[in-house]
Ligand binder design. Structure first.
Ligand SMILES: CC(=O)N[C@H]1[C@@H](OP(=O)(O)OP(=O)(O)OC[C@H]2O[C@@H](n3ccc(=O)[nH]c3=O)[C@H](O)[C@@H]2O)O[C@H](CO)[C@@H](O)[C@@H]1O[C@H](C)C(=O)N[C@@H](C)C(=O)N[C@H](CCC(=O)O)C(=O)O
Ligand SMILES: Nc1ncnc2c1ncn2[C@@H]1O[C@H](COP(=O)(O)OP(=O)(O)OP(=O)(O)O)[C@@H](O)[C@H]1O
Ligand SMILES: N[C@H](CCC[C@H](N)C(=O)O)C(=O)O
Ligand SMILES: [Mg+2]
Length: 485
């Protein structure tokens, strides 16, 4: 555990009490003895309402930007928001100075690309860690997080832990929410990666333009040194054309034609549980073989390869190492039964992700392609009918079921999805997710593939405000074992 004196604060605000401090916390519920509680205003409530609670939990110091307090442990810094990024970095000993930081943004593929970067870097002898949806730490041993991109106060603590354990490279997901909320303020990325932009989170951003502008904030000189951009994506192409930092483009050969030093691919082809393609860079050609399903994973692998190449690693070694890449937990994970039926657990929860996964699986499917999915409650409602339409077009049979309904009526979410499908279409509504998967399995025949989409690695299902234990990967394995016994 880190122990810090107050000298960093003294340099900024003058005399401060001489005590040893433990951690910086922005959530009073996480404060323990010797921590510093930083009271911040928010969208739902205000940290200032919890100052007393933080003190009672043992906070040695409270920082706020407003109010008057008799308690000497509460310091009012009117410029707190402005000072905070530097304060947090100093408190934890400026860990970023010892790390190569890579930020990955985009609607889909962030967790995959960050994991691939860490996996490739490890193979090349660079100790690496990730921060994102599945947690933080070594890519195969992650500690869970509340947010895909934590606040910089928490990130600085995590980075200090990484430095202490000898990590040199950190690949982190940077969500659009985090960019808008300045959760990465004060961080500088040696490389920033853009995967793609498609519909999601319009409940938060309001429009695709605002969503694109949020992501673009990562690709400016104050935030990143260089940009690795998917130019086969329309938004990526536009970013690459106007970017103020050096661009390392990747994508399909035809889309890369007008860019120099692009890492391009063509002839992506599925072969059993692998995907092969030809990759070119500056007149050199390589055969890329991946033990991963889907053309989108070729793009994810190229993003990771291009990023590490831009940071100085040799291309032939990276291409070779890519053959050993492992998928992220809950992404295109296959379970094949003796009956010849395959179930694939995937985290597709956007229209484009659902489309890409169904297209990828169709190429491997000898018989019927079945799809079991739902949409999260209290989130972007506009994507529901779009996902219904895509599933109906690309799968042979669909079972609509609950994802995380949260505080919405589960059945009405399914009806919103069905609104994008033909009323007499080949689909069934079954809100109970366990039952829906079982139904799909009972109906399936040899050569069928069942895509179970949306929950991937998650280990809970949120119904109302209660998180019920539900691990889809474990459930599918259990079902498979039962069917085989
Ligand atoms: C809508 C939203 O994004 N909210 C984020 C935001 O919360 P906020 O500023 O509104 O906080 P608030 O709840 O009003 O509370 C204000 C302050 O009081 C503090 N507080 C609150 C209650 C209490 O008892 N004690 C206390 O100290 C809070 O810690 C906070 O500092 O800032 C918090 C700290 O950074 C985030 O944890 C929180 O994420 C919430 C949990 C969330 O669900 N966010 C989602 C939408 C999100 O950010 N998702 C993206 C991934 C999207 C993707 O996959 O593409 C992510 O990066 O996770
Ligand atoms: N490059 C891609 N293009 C389109 N879809 C993708 C791509 N990569 C992954 N997917 C799909 O998106 C799902 C989520 O992938 P991943 O977890 O890597 O993305 P993410 O951006 O981290 O998602 P989140 O926003 O939830 O953190 C996968 O399960 C797959 O269905
Ligand atoms: N990072 C995604 C997770 C969604 C996963 C899905 N299971 C859901 O609950 O909608 C989001 O914040 O939208
Ligand atoms: Mg993610």
């Amino acid at each position: 555990m880190l122990v810090n004196s107050l000298h960093w604060l003294g340099q900024i605000v003058g005399d401060v009490p001489s005590v040893l401090l433990n951690h910086l916390r922005i959530d009073s519920r996480l404060v323990s003895q010797g921590d510093v509680f930083i009271a911040l205003p928010g969208s739902k409530t205000d940290g200032n309402l919890y100052i007393q609670q933080a003190l009672e939990s043992g906070a040695a110091l409270v920082l706020t930007s407003t109010g008057t307090f008799a308690d000497k442990r509460v310091l009012v810094l009117p410029r707190l928001a402005e000072l905070l990024p530097e304060l947090a970095a100093s408190f934890y000993g400026k860990p970023q100075q010892h790390l190569l930081l890579v930020g990955v943004t985009g609607t889909n593929g962030k967790s995959s690309v960050t994991s691939f970067i860490a996996q490739l870097a490890e193979q090349l002898g660079v100790k690496s860690a990730v921060v994102g949806t599945l947690g933080y730490g070594a890519w195969q041993h992650l500690t869970p997080l509340n947010n895909t991109t934590p606040h910089f106060i928490d990130l600085q603590r995590i980075f200090a832990e990484f430095v202490a354990s000898g990590v040199r490279l950190v690949a982190m997901e940077v969500s659009s929410h985090a960019l808008v909320q300045q959760r990465v303020a004060g961080l500088h990325f040696a490389a920033a990666v853009f995967t793609n932009l498609s519909r999601d989170h319009l409940d938060y951003h309001g429009s695709m333009q605002a969503y694109a502008e949020a992501k673009a904030q990562l690709f400016v000189p104050e935030q990143s040194t260089l940009a690795v951009i998917n130019v086969s994506d329309d938004t990526g192409y536009a970013y690459a054309k106007s970017c103020q930092v050096p661009v390392y483009p990747y994508g399909l050969t035809e889309d890369c034609a007008q860019f120099t030093h692009a890492l391009s691919y063509q002839d992506s082809a599925p072969k059993q549980a692998t995907t092969h393609c030809q990759v070119s860079y500056d007149g050199q050609s390589f055969a890329l073989q991946l033990g991963l399903l889907g053309e989108f994973n070729v793009q994810n692998a190229l993003a990771a390869i291009s990023c590490l190449h831009a940071l100085g690693q040799p291309l032939p070694l990276l291409i070779q190492a890519a053959a050993s890449l492992k998928p992220v937990a809950g992404r295109m994970e296959q379970y094949t039964l003796k009956t010849g039926v395959t179930i694939v657990v995937d985290y597709a929860h956007t229209p484009d992700a659902l489309k890409q996964t169904l297209l990828a699986l169709r190429a491997h499917c000898a018989n019927h392609l079945r799809c079991v999915f739902g949409c999260g409650g209290d989130r972007d409602k506009g994507k529901r009918p779009l996902m219904g339409q895509i599933a109906e077009q690309l799968a042979d049979h669909v079972i609509l079921t609950s994802d995380n309904p949260r505080t919405e009526d589960p059945l009405s979410i399914l009806q919103d999805i069905a609104a994008g499908m033909h009323p007499q279409g080949n689909y069934t509504l079954e809100p109970d997710r366990r039952l829906a998967i079982k139904l799909a399995l009972i109906e399936a025949q040899s050569g069928d593939i069942i895509l179970v989409a949306g929950k991937g690695h998650e280990t809970e299902q949120i119904i109302g405000t209660t998180a019920h234990v539900y691990d889809e990967r474990a459930y599918v394995q259990q079902l498979v074992a039962e069917m085989e016994s």
